[in-house]
Design a protein around this ligand. Structure first.
Ligand code: SF4
Length: 281
């Protein structure tokens, strides 16, 4: 939804991307917030959460040794300790937004997968699911960035409604509330979805998949430059920046009359963060 050409580079060409400090800090903060719930409720304090940061960073490095390159040349460790300090501040801010001593999540870091009637498979990872005694379900997602201005809220809301659609199909309940917790700015955004919202997202996903299938067949993946290009690892091979994409690795068939790749790829503002996945029938 952000840029068709970027999708091609990532999914079809599988071009490697360098780890980023911001994304890795997000992964680290998510791990800390998840692990904190291992402790008894009364012990889920800010100092305890902060103290989890270095150990979770070690675990992350063990699982993904390539992350060490983020701090290449940081012989004195100043950059690393500043970065860890930023992660600690984000973790601490969470305590001004939610009270983990009063929460018992039903699920944490839940991998979900379901199939729509069309055969399109949806996958994602949900940060937290809370279930009230009444059975009402709340889906919670942590963001380490700042809350978007209202006109940019479509992307995160789309992601949350995607999760609501998956949960509705898996558990048969319409989640009562979707909650985005922005640790970067200290904001909590909530939205109570309706069945009509879920149906709208399902239609959008099907249209998106058709657009992806058509672009895959025709090789017509166009760049869509936005401010997010500044974060893109593939500027050197992007025509918008004077580059030439690698030879398309799939065989192509021209679009037939009436098939319009770009018309189908309606932009939806997205934000860097946890991705959701589509897989065709
Ligand atoms: S630089 Fe921008 S336009 Fe080019 S592929 Fe990356 S996101 Fe798309």
């Amino acid at each position: 939804m952000q840029c068709p050409l970027l999708y091609r580079f990532r999914v079809i060409d599988k071009l490697p991307e360098k780890p980023s400090e911001a994304a890795t800090r997000g992964t680290l903060v998510h791990a800390v917030l998840e692990r904190l719930f291992d402790a008894p409720a009364a012990d889920r304090t800010a100092p305890r959460a902060r103290a989890l940061v270095p150990g979770q960073w070690d675990r992350l490095l063990e699982a993904r040794p390539e992350l060490a390159e983020l701090f290449d040349g940081d012989a004195g460790g100043e950059r690393l300790s500043r970065w860890l300090g930023e992660a600690e501040r984000l973790v601490e801010r969470w305590f001004s937004l939610e009270d983990p001593t009063r929460l018992e999540p039903a699920e944490r870091e839940l991998s979900v997968e379901t199939e729509l009637d069309s055969g399109l498979r949806l996958r994602g990872v949900i940060d937290r699911i809370d279930v009230a005694p009444s059975g009402e379900v709340r889906i919670v997602d942590y963001k380490t960035g700042k809350a978007p201005r209202p006109e940019y809220a479509d992307g995160p809301l789309f992601q949350m409604t995607f999760y609501a659609l998956v949960i509705r199909r898996l558990k048969g309940v319409l989640p009562r509330r979707l909650q985005l917790v922005y640790l970067g700015s200290g904001d909590v955004l909530t939205y109570d979805p309706s069945m009509a919202d879920l149906e709208r997202v399902e239609r959008k996903l099907l249209a998106l998949w058709e657009a992806i299938a058509l672009a895959t067949r025709t090789g017509d993946w166009r760049p869509r430059p936005t401010k997010l290009c500044g974060w893109c690892d593939h500027r050197a091979v992007c025509p918008e920046f004077g580059g030439t994409p690698p030879v398309y690795p799939l065989s192509v068939r021209p679009a037939e009359a009436g098939e319009d790749v770009q018309g189908r790829m309606e932009p939806v503002r997205a934000e860097a963060g946890r991705s959701v996945a589509l897989e065709g029938p």
